[in-house]
Design a protein around this ligand. Structure first.
Ligand SMILES: [Zn+2]
Length: 337
């Protein structure tokens, strides 16, 4: 379906009240994990890249979720999966990178609504005053120091190359900018350890997002293990508790990085693949959904995924119950596994 048609359909579903009704009654055996980064207004990031969500949009989304679904801690979903117990329809909230605005703007909304969440922290930037390299890049673009093409090239290099190849680029971007605007500070400043501890006291869960926010799909095994170890140790030391959840930076993973996350004894790993979690999902490649700023698209996307999953389960359940279709049923199971 064309995006404009899809949006129009979601618009009708939302404003007719049908989406709300279906969201409440659909018996999906799946969990939608939503991926956020920062919550702030006027982020100085190219519009087609902007991964932050505006404050009023975020609050509206959280209110919509609370009215429709059970919002559960991600750790609960992971432990249900690990114990091979059936999943029930729910939503979990995740925030990648560890921005200060998670504490300043997102957490008060979540706390007021009683919604749990998980923040995946790139520990190298906690309390150092430094921004993540890509954000330094966007800031330089917003200040006119880099053209759109230069920004796109450097972005590609940082995201896709191993750190041995990007040392020079990263060194140029590593100094915190002098006199950043308020919008830039709100967008790019990272959490401090006291803020992380305060959020943890309010029930926010924390996970690792590596130490330096490297691309795990292209780094050496040694560096991957080092990144996994350092971030886990720092979080454990500062939170006083074990941290077992992990999210791949940029959502990028490989067979080797998946194996290394398991070797480092994490309980799960989140990708940026698009979809919902079911009992058949690989715990070390958990998909997520995005957060379109149009409330009807936001709610519509979640509902569509739950409806699709319910239909799939009903279809495979039908074949499992029908003895005459035994051969087809076993083939379906094999395919899904
Ligand atoms: Zn990230």
């Amino acid at each position: 379906m064309k995006p404009s048609l899809k949006s129009a359909a979601f618009f009708c579903l939302y404003y007719s009240g049908l989406e709300y009704l279906l969201a409440r009654v659909i018996p999906a055996r799946a969990v939608a994990v939503l991926m956020y980064h920062g919550v702030c207004d006027q982020a100085p990031i190219p519009a087609h890249i902007n991964f932050h969500v505006e404050r009023d949009v975020f609050e509206r989304q959280m209110r919509a979720l609370k009215r429709r679904y059970r919002v559960v801690p991600l750790s609960q979903v992971v432990s249900t999966l690990a114990q091979c117990e059936p999943l029930h329809k729910a939503v979990a909230l995740t925030f990648d990178d560890g921005y200060r605005n998670n504490c300043e703007f997102a957490e008060p909304v979540l706390k007021a609504l009683g919604l749990p969440s998980t923040v995946f922290v790139a520990t190298k930037y906690v309390e150092t005053g430094k921004w993540m390299p890509l954000n330094s890049l966007y800031w330089r673009w917003s200040e006119g120091m880099l053209s759109a093409d230069e920004t796109a090239d450097l972005r590609r290099t940082i995201r896709d190359q191993p750190s041995t190849e990007t040392r020079q680029v990263l060194a140029q971007l590593s100094d915190p900018p002098t006199k950043p605007s308020q919008a830039a500070e709100e967008s790019f400043e990272m959490l401090s350890w006291p803020e992380i501890r305060q959020m943890a006291t309010s029930g926010v869960e924390f996970g690792s997002h590596t130490h330096s926010h490297c691309n795990m799909a292209v780094e050496s095994d040694e560096l991957q293990m080092e990144e996994l170890r350092i971030s886990e140790e720092l979080l454990k030391k500062n939170l006083g508790r074990q941290v077992t959840m992990f999210a791949y930076p940029y959502g990028k993973l490989s067979e080797a990085s998946r194996a290394n996350v398991i070797r480092a004894r994490y309980s799960c790993a989140l990708s940026t693949e698009y979809g919902v979690i079911t009992n058949r999902t690989d715990r070390y490649r958990l998909p997520r959904l995005g957060n379109d700023s149009r409330i009807w698209v936001f709610t519509g996307e979640i509902l569509v995924h739950f409806v699709k999953q319910t239909a799939k389960d009903a279809w495979s359940g039908f074949f499992r119950r029908s003895p005459s279709e035994g051969v087809v049923a076993s083939k379906t199971e094999e395919h899904n596994g």
